[in-house]
Design a protein around this ligand. Structure first.
Ligand code: ASP
Ligand code: MG
Length: 298
C-alpha cells in the first residue's frame, strides 16, 4: 500500500466511542462487534473513560484534598467497577494481566494521593480512566481474534498548557507518524481526553474532550473519515429535552454544527469541529443501528 507524502498509510478511519457506550461488559461487546463490522482493519479507535469513571476519579481527588476518609471507599468503588469490567469482558490470559495492571495503577494513585502532588500529577490521575478503557477494549478485540493494540495519546499528542490546552499539530503529526510506523494491519485503540506537554507531563483536553481528540486524530492521521458514535439519536434542530417538535437533522453544515458546539450544545464539545473547519465543508448526521453516529467525511 503506498504511503502519502506525510508517511501515513492513506485511508485509515477514526471511530470514537464515549463513556456511556462503554459503561458495562455488554456495552464493550457491542462496541467490539460494531468495530469489527463497521471499521476498516487499520482503524484508529478513540475511547473515553468507561461510564462515570472520570467523575469517580475526580471524586477521589476531591475527597482526598478535603482530608475526607470517604476517599478509601471511593477508591475501592472505582477499583471494583473497573475489575468487574475486566472480569466481565475478558476470559483468557489477558484477564489476569489486566487485573494486575489495574491493581498496580490503583496503588500508584494511592501513592500519589499521599504526597503533595502538583496539577500535572493530578491530571495524571484523571488520565487513568481513558488508559483503562483503551487497554480493555484492545484486549477484547485481540481475544476475539483481531489484530489490535492500544496507544496512550500522550505519546504523540503534544500540547501547551493554557485555559484550554493548545495542541501543537505539526509536532503531534510527526510523533504520530513515528508511533504508527510499522503498526501495519491492526486496529489501534487510542486514549481520548489526554495529551502531554513537552516534558511529558499530562494535560487534559477538557471535560468531554474525547470528541475533540477524535477529530484531531482524524486530521493528524489524514484519516478518510471520523465517526463519532454515540447513544443519542444525532443532532437536533433544538434541545429535544426542552423543545417538543425539535427535529433530528439529516445533514447540517460544518459552520452550523460549529455554531451549535460554540453555543454549548451538549451533543458536540466546543472544540470538536475545529480540526475540520479549515478543510471540510459538511458533516452528515445519519442514524445507524443501536448506536447512532455522526460521521465527519474528510
Ligand atoms: N472522560 C472524559 C470526561 O468524562 C472525557 C470524555 O468523556 O470525553 O470528561
Ligand atoms: Mg463523555
Amino acid at each position: 500500500m503506498p504511503h502519502t507524502a506525510t508517511g501515513h498509510l492513506p485511508g485509515r478511519q477514526v471511530h470514537k466511542f464515549g463513556g456511556s457506550s462503554l459503561a458495562d461488559p455488554n456495552c464493550y461487546r457491542r462496541v467490539a462487534g460494531l468495530i469489527e463490522q463497521e471499521s476498516d482493519p487499520r482503524a484508529l479507535i478513540v475511547v473515553s473513560a468507561a461510564g462515570k469513571t472520570t467523575n469517580r476519579l475526580l471524586q477521589v481527588l476531591e475527597l482526598s484534598e478535603a482530608g475526607d476518609d470517604a476517599v478509601v471507599a471511593a477508591i475501592q468503588g472505582l477499583r471494583a467497577y473497573q475489575l468487574a469490567l475486566i472480569e466481565g469482558v475478558l476470559d483468557g490470559p489477558a484477564r489476569q494481566a489486566l487485573s494486575l495492571q489495574l491493581m498496580e495503577d490503583i496503588d500508584t494513585i494511592a501513592g500519589v494521593l499521599k504526597k503533595n502532588y502538583d496539577r500535572h500529577e493530578r491530571n495524571g490521575i484523571l488520565a487513568n480512566g481513558e488508559v483503562w478503557s483503551a487497554r480493555l477494549l484492545a484486549a477484547l478485540l485481540t481475544e476475539r481474534g483481531n489484530q489490535a493494540s492500544w496507544l496512550d495519546a500522550r505519546r504523540f499528542l503534544s500540547a501547551e498548557e493554557g485555559a484550554l490546552a493548545r495542541v501543537n499539530e505539526a509536532l503531534s503529526r510527526e510523533k504520530l507518524r513515528e508511533v504508527l510506523a510499522g503498526t501495519g494491519e491492526q486496529r489501534v485503540v487510542v486514549t481520548g481526553f489526554i495529551a502531554a506537554d513537552n516534558e511529558g507531563r499530562t494535560l487534559l483536553l477538557g471535560r468531554n474532550g474525547s470528541d475533540y481528540s477524535a477529530t484531531l486524530l482524524g486530521a493528524l492521521a489524514e484519516a478518510e473519515s471520523t465517526a463519532i458514535w454515540s447513544d443519542v439519536a444525532g443532532v437536533y434542530s433544538a434541545d429535544p429535552r426542552c423543545v417538543k417538535d425539535a427535529k433530528l437533522l439529516e445533514r447540517l453544515s460544518l459552520a452550523e454544527a460549529n455554531e451549535l458546539a460554540r453555543l454549548g450544545a451538549p451533543v458536540l464539545h466546543s472544540r470538536t469541529l475545529q480540526p475540520l473547519l479549515h478543510k471540510y465543508h459538511y458533516i452528515l448526521g445519519c442514524r445507524m443501528r443501536w448506536l447512532d453516529q455522526r460521521q465527519f467525511r474528510h
